[in-house]
Each structure stands twice: as C-alpha cells, then as structure tokens.
Design a protein around this ligand. Structure first.
Ligand SMILES: Nc1ncnc2c1ncn2[C@@H]1O[C@H](COP(=O)(O)OP(=O)(O)OP(=O)(O)O)[C@@H](O)[C@H]1O
Ligand SMILES: [Mg+2]
Length: 316
C-alpha cells in the first residue's frame, strides 16, 4: 500500500483579534491515506474537517506539524496541485453557462486548452453521466446534476486525489446513489478519495476507512470492518409467555421489538448466546433466527462523539 496523503501532528490555531480568542481548530492530527481508498472524514459541526481540507489544498498553513502529499512536503508545487481535484462544500456554478462551458472555463483556469481540453471535457461528462445535458444551462440543472458537474470539474486534470467536502448533502436518495456510484467507480479506477461528510449511512456503504474528529482531535481511525464489530446478537423467538420473557430480562437480555407473537431479543456482547439458547430449549420456546448484529457507523459515531463530549463535561 502506498501512502498518498500523510499528516503528522497537524495543528492549526486561528488567531483571534484579542488574546484568549484563538481557535484551536486542529490538535495534532496524524493520518495516512492510501492509494485507491475512499477515506471518510467525519465529525460534528466545527470539529475541523474543512480546516483539514484547506490545509491539504495549501490554502492555509499549519501552525505546526507536517503534511506530505504524494510523497512531497512541498504541497504547493505544480506536480502536487495537478494531482488534486477538489469539490467544495456547496459549490456554486454560474447559472447562465452550459454544463460544458463551465468545464471549459475551469479547464482554461487550469491551463488546459484546445483539443486536449475538449477531449477531457467529453470524458469527464461521461464519467459523471451528464453527456446528455452538456449543452443545457446550469440554471436548468437539478441539485444532483449540479453536484455531478462539480465532480466533473474536480476530475478535469485527471488528478490522483479527489477531495470532496460534503458531496451528497441536500440531495435526494436517487441523486445520492448516483454520486455514490460515481465515487465507487473512481475508487475502482485507482483514484484516492478523501470525503468529508455527515451522511453516515452513505459513508458506511462506500468507504474503506474512517476517521472521526471531535473538537480538532482524531478520536477514532480504522477500517469499517475493524470499527464496526459484530457486537450484539439478536435472537428471534415465537410463541412465548410473559413469564418466560421475564426470565430473559433477569439475565440482561432486552426485548428489542415484537410483532404479533414474535419477539426479538437482543443479547449484549458480554452475555453468552449459548446460555440464552439453552434457556429457550429448557422453556420450549420456538427459535426463529439467531443473527449477529453489526453496529452501524451512526451508532459508532454517537458513541465516540458522545464519549468525547462527556469527558469534556467532566473536566469542565
Ligand atoms: N478562518 C477562521 N478563523 C477563525 N476560526 C475559524 C476559521 N475557520 C474555521 N474556524 C473555526 O475552526 C473550527 C473548525 O472549523 P471547520 O470549518 O474546520 O469545521 P468543520 O468540521 O468543517 O464543520 P462543519 O461540519 O460545520 O462544516 C470551528 O470552531 C470554526 O469556527
Ligand atoms: Mg466544513
């Protein structure tokens, strides 16, 4: 695996006008992002996601710590810049330009031109599925199409790295799925994607690794499989009685749901599944299913951010 983005103890303090008003936006964040992965950068509002992105783009400078992109510490060199595509949060494109004119405009800003630019415009429009709408004014584009033209813009220089700030915020389920599919396809073609998001269900579906920020500190970092463990087990049973159900509560097993005469029992990770199954057999309760229940990314996020918030409350 080769590292595409590496940060070491990355720290950013925004200086306030007065003493004591400084904002410690990032506090020693160390991250490695590998080639060909979708890395999800998560955290509540104000936790430092956009600050990190601005640092990666060389728009602001770290207060301390180091940054290395494609092995280079000079992240403002043309070789690095050409290899980073960026889709800003809530990007805006001129309403009275056609889709392809938007791309021509950005291409020219990047120093591209002529047949090479026209070829590239056609390629990226194809990648984001907007070939049919290339001559339409952006004014007539849906939100999803606007995000796709934004992605096309980010892809113009055929960069190795794509940095996407909230790429699916405000989109309907179909438009989200379309963007998701494009991101996965880009990953499969070997691009590295750094995606900041609040859309946890979505991120869980597509990302390889996840980092969770809280108040400028990286609280959790790992692959989806490492982080979302099979924690609890659910057991579905049928035809039981209130007295029998009470026995389960006594051993710490919760009744999560019930429909008609079926009940869903949730066995916590620290309780033996076999003990519960033995109880079912002894009480002659019919078993319908036994399933491991994987934690969702949303639950992990709430757990990590909730715990970090509590620690802070106790310190204050
Ligand atoms: N230019 C700036 N000057 C001073 N403080 C700033 C500046 N930019 C951001 N901040 C502060 O730094 C902290 C981190 O902000 P940042 O925009 O990086 O968060 P975020 O994780 O992107 O949040 P969101 O999810 O709301 O987009 C916040 O407290 C914010 O108010
Ligand atoms: Mg932000």
């Amino acid at each position: 695996m080769s590292a595409v983005i590496e940060t070491e103890a990355l720290t950013k303090v925004y200086e306030g006008a007065l003493k004591g008003q400084d904002v410690h936006a990032l506090k020693g964040v160390s991250l490695t992002i590998n080639r060909g992965e979708i890395f999800a950068y998560l955290g509540p509002n104000g936790s430092g996601k956009t600050t990190t992105i601005k640092l990666l783009l060389g728009l602001i400078f770290p207060t301390s710590g180091t940054l290395r992109i494609l092995g280079k510490t000079d992240i403002n060199s043309a070789a690095v810049k050409r290899n980073i595509g960026y889709l800003p949060e809530g990007a805006y494109y001129p309403e009275f330009l056609e889709g392809e004119e938007v791309l021509r405009f950005y291409g020219q800003l990047y120093g591209m031109g002529g047949r090479e630019l026209e070829r590239r415009i056609s390629e990226v429009l194809d990648t984001v599925g907007l070939t049919h709408a290339r001559r339409r004014l952006v004014r007539g584009y849906s939100k999803g199409m606007r995000q796709r033209i934004g992605l096309a813009q980010a892809l113009l220089s055929d960069p190795q790295i794509l940095i996407l700030d909230e790429p699916t915020t405000g989109l309907d389920p179909i438009a989200r799925k379309e963007i998701r599919d494009i991101l996965v396809e880009l990953r499969d073609r070997g691009k590295t994607l750094f995606v900041s998001s609040h859309e946890l269900l979505e991120i869980e579906l597509i990302s390889n690794r996840v980092g969770i920020l809280f108040e400028g500190e990286l609280k959790t970092l790992g692959t989806i499989d490492e982080l979302l463990t099979d924690r609890d087990v659910t057991v579905e049973i049928e035809n039981t009685t209130t007295e029998k159900l009470a026995k389960f509560s006594e051993v710490g097993v919760a009744i999560e749901d019930s429909v008609d005469n079926r009940y869903l029992l949730r066995i916590p990770a620290d309780t033996s599944v076999f003990k519960v199954l033995d109880m079912c057999r002894d009480m002659e309760i019919k078993l319908v299913s036994v399933r491991p229940r994987r934690e969702t990314l949303e639950e992990l996020f709430v757990r990590v951010v909730g715990a970090a918030g509590k620690v802070k409350e106790n310190v204050q």
